[in-house]
Structures are given as structure tokens and as C-alpha cells.
Write a protein of this length. Sequence first.
Length: 506
Amino acid sequence: MQNQLDSSTQASAVRAPQIRLDSVGKSYGGTSVLRDVSLTVEPGEIHGLLGENGAGKSTLLKILGGAIASDAGTVSFNGTPARIGAPRDAIDLGVSLIAQELALVPARSVLENVFLGRWSNTAGFVRSRKDRAQLAALIEESGFDLDLDAPVSSLSLGQAQQVEILKALARGSKVICFDEPTAALGEADTENLLALIRTLAAGGTTIIIVSHFLDEILGIADRITVLRDGNQIITDDAAGYDTEKLVGLMVGRQVEALARTPKPVESGAPVLLSVQGLGNSKISNISLEVRRGEVLGLVGLMGSGRSETLNAIFGGDRISVGEVSVGGQKVRRNSVRAAIRSGIALVPESRKDQGLVLGRSAADNIALPSLHSRQLAGFIRMGTERAVVDEAAERVDIRGRVRQVEVGALSGGNQQKALFAKWLVEPPTVFLIDEPTRGVDIAAKANIHKLILELAERGAAVVVASSELEEVLSLSHRLAVMRQGSIVAEFDRSASPDEIMAAAFL
Ligand SMILES: Nc1ncnc2c1ncn2[C@@H]1O[C@H](COP(=O)(O)OP(=O)(O)OP(=O)(O)O)[C@@H](O)[C@H]1O
Ligand SMILES: [Mg+2]
């Protein structure tokens, strides 16, 4: 696939523009979230954008992509100041933004999604042969494994992202902004994406990329910018920086080491969660036991059934066989309510669809699950309410003002923290956690790991599913490896990553 992208699809396109930001800023309701950002990105450059959750990274990309308008400073293309008031303006300037949440229409095909809004007839029934041919060529050149006519709903996350990239390429974009593109990808998809980004850049496309995986940025970026609390800390060549140095710049303080190990499970600790022979259309014969104070890690490739297992234990996905017990008591089947009543909590993978009420503040979301216990004859005691929420927010490091912001407007990482905080108010007996630190910055990640281990130490039985093997390995007492809907191997924490990966792939 190397460099063909350049010759065939972009031959007639212009060179990527030089982009210059001068004192760019943005405020919301009087609160400034981005201040005085000035930098230049040269054609074909890969520019890494780094910072803690809420630092302003997505805000900066959204300004370039026309999703929001800046309210200070100027953005110039090849020296000419541009007005980017809407996505259309950005597209006309050759800029595409691939956002944290993908913007595809699930029921429509790959082809339709790529050309959506570009076909002149209303329903898009008449697909011009040219579009088809162009897209087929693009897919071929980028080495994607995609069927033009497959509905987007049938695609994996990695493939859906490929569709977004195709959309950008088909428009002839010369600047592509990626907002945490690898946050939800498995290892293989991540490698493929990074390779494609390199190829695109080699062909002259400018890339601006946000990621919390610092190694990833160090491995791919020519230059980097670090933001902290809306301020530009540095913009510099990437060479000469390492993870530690970057973290220091991002956080501006010492960070606790990531590797905290779980305390040994007390001998004689009772089994709190027992799952016997659970099965449905996606998983089969899942059996596991987790003791008080124990953390069990669930690992496996994308689609191996990790999330499905957690959802089935929680009663959210229907099961046809098997049973779940908490503390020796059977939990009524297929009832989330019964699961919660028996002390099971789930922090789901998808905060948008499952975990949070987006129209309410972070504080409200945190208060929600435990509300009943603070109601006295229908009244909520406001003082207790605030104290309880503040304590939980404090523990996940959701800072002051952010607590009152609608969750839908929070940065991705702060949403994840809110999701977590709501279960700290009244710790559950059994804690199921799916991808605990997706989109969370490196300092917050260390903090969430600490909280998970504390929950276990306070007596919970914990099951953590994650696509980051390193994460599960450092957190768990034991690991269960899943493949095609079944548990295929178990390891203790002394196992090597290679052994575990072998079991997951075989
Ligand atoms: N519509 C809005 N109203 C109020 N505040 C907002 C709005 N959109 C964003 N913010 C705030 O702006 C700040 C920067 O958010 P941004 O999404 O740019 O962070 P980020 O660096 O991308 O973080 P993350 O790594 O968590 O994705 C955050 O404090 C966020 O809460
Ligand atoms: Mg963001």
C-alpha cells in the first residue's frame, strides 16, 4: 500500500497547507478552556497533541475542524487568515476531523457513509459509478478489509474508523485531525492505523493526532504540543522527549507510579461472586469464582466476549443457561434490578449509551445510584448530598467547576471519572468494570487503578475487563483468557504477557 495513496488519489489535489495558529482561545460561559495557543504545522507533518483530561485537546481539534468556533486569535492557511465557522468551512479548506465519537450512520452502507451528503439526488439511490470506483480504489490502496455494501452497523470499531478515514480521503482532505483514534482499538488495529498514518504523512497529508498513549505519540510524531489546563506548555520536535518528561509537562507535578500491585487475598476469604455455566448466543459455559478482596482480570481479543460476559453477569444481556450467585445467594436471572439489589455494580464500556445521564451534571450522576439511601420520607438531605458527592468526586479527581457541568459537555476522560465515581458512594459487593481507563490520562489512570485496588481491599470481589493487557496484569490476582465467547485459559499474575497472548490468539 506504500505511497500509492499519493499518486492515484491525490495527484490532482493541492499540497497540504501550512497551518498557523496565533493566540487561539476559547471560553464557555466566561470560563476559558483554551488560551493563547500559537503554533505552526507544516505540510506532511505528524503533530502530536498531548495533555491531561480536560486540557483542551479536543477543543483545539474541534476549532480546526469547524465543530466549534474559537473566540480569540486567528487560524491561517498558507498565510491567509481563515474563518472556520462550520464543518463545511473546514472541509473546503481540506481539513477533516475524526472525532472521539465517530459520526457514521449505522444503518447505511460503507459507500453511502463515505459519500453521505455529497450525492446530488435526495435519497442517494443513484450511486454514481465514479464514486464506487473511487472508493474501491481507495480501499484497495489503503489496505483496508472493507466491503463497500456492508452496513456500518456490522463493522468492528476498527473498521468503522477506517470508514471515517475513507470519508476524509474521498473528500481530498490534506489535513486529518484524529482525536484519540486508538483509544478503543485492539493491538493489531492500532498497528495498522499507525502504519496508515505514516503512509499518509509520507504522501504529504498533514496529521494532527491526540492520544493518551504517550509511546504511540513518541513513536509517530515529528512534533508535539503539550497543553495543560488550556495553556500551551510546549511545542517542540518530538525527538528528545520521553514518556517521563512528557508526563511531567502534562501534569506539572509528580505522578504516582502506575504499577501498584494488589494485596494478597486473605486465606479463607469467602467466594463472593460465583458464576456457573453462563451461556447465551454470544458466550458459552462461562464459570468463574471471585473471592472477597480478589481482582479477576478478563482478557481476550476484541470480540472475544469480555463485555458480553460482564453484561450477562449483570443481567443486562439475557442468558439462556447458567446462574450467578452473590455471597452464596442465587441472583434472579436476566434482571439488572435484582443484580444491583444483590450488590453487583457494572461500570460499562460505553459511557454514552449505558453509563451516564448526559443532560445532568457530573454531581447529579454521581449521586444517582445511591440516592435512595439518603432519602428521608422523600426528602433528600441536601447537606449530606453535597458532602457525599464531593467526596466521591474528590477521590476520582474531578475538580471543582467541572462537577456542575452537564456530563455531555465534559471531556472524554472526565466522563469516565464520573462513571467511576458514582459507584464509590456506596461500594458494591461485586464490582464489574469494563475498560476502566479508556480515554483517561496517565495520571488519572494511576488513580483509577488505585481506587480499584482499594475497593478490593475494602472487601469487594472485582472483575476487570480490558483490552490493555498491561493494565489487567498489574491489577489482577488472576487472569481468565477469553476466546470466541469462552474462557480458554487461566493464569495467575506471575504469567508472562507472551503466554497470555498466545492463549488469546490460538
Ligand atoms: N460545551 C461545553 N460547555 C462547558 N465546558 C465545556 C464544553 N465543552 C468542553 N468544555 C470544557 O472544556 C475543557 C476542555 O475540554 P476538552 O474536551 O478539550 O478536553 P480534552 O483535552 O480533549 O480532554 P480528554 O482527554 O478528557 O478528552 C473541559 O474542562 C471541558 O469540561
Ligand atoms: Mg478529548
